[in-house]
Design a protein around this ligand. Sequence first.
Ligand code: HEC
Length: 112
Amino acid sequence: MQELGEQMQLVAGAISREDWEAVADVAPKIAKHRAPSFTEKARIMAFLGGHAAEFRAADRLTHDAAMKMGGAAQRRDGEGVIQAYAEVQQACLACHQAHRKEFRTHFYGGAP
Ligand code: HEC
């Protein structure tokens, strides 16, 4: 997750430089972000229970938006990149608003 945050900052920087190659390079990394280890994933899914499908859907939304951003960057379509960037951010935000707090309290015990 930390890595995702850094990659999004990288993209924001690249957009302002119109460095579409850098965007095209990072976008798939955002889309296919490192999955948590198997045991971690099992713990997350067990904790989420009935919300697991929702969580996966949010993850897929992020993936699709990031791939779209990469495609636009390859076409050097700045408008398209910015639009897709906003979609990625919306997908990050939606999942965070729904799940971050309960995750933090459950897995890191305390301070949200
Ligand atoms: C499917 C749900 C989901 C999506 C989508 C998601 N996140 Fe997260 N994110 C979480 C959860 C849950 C946490 C809190 C647990 C944690 O810190 O590992 C979190 C925490 C974070 C943190 C804080 C990490 C820290 O150590 O404080 C950052 C930064 C972050 N996410 C970035 C992103 C970015 C950028 C995206 C979009 C590209 C994104 N996330 C998409 C679920 C998601």
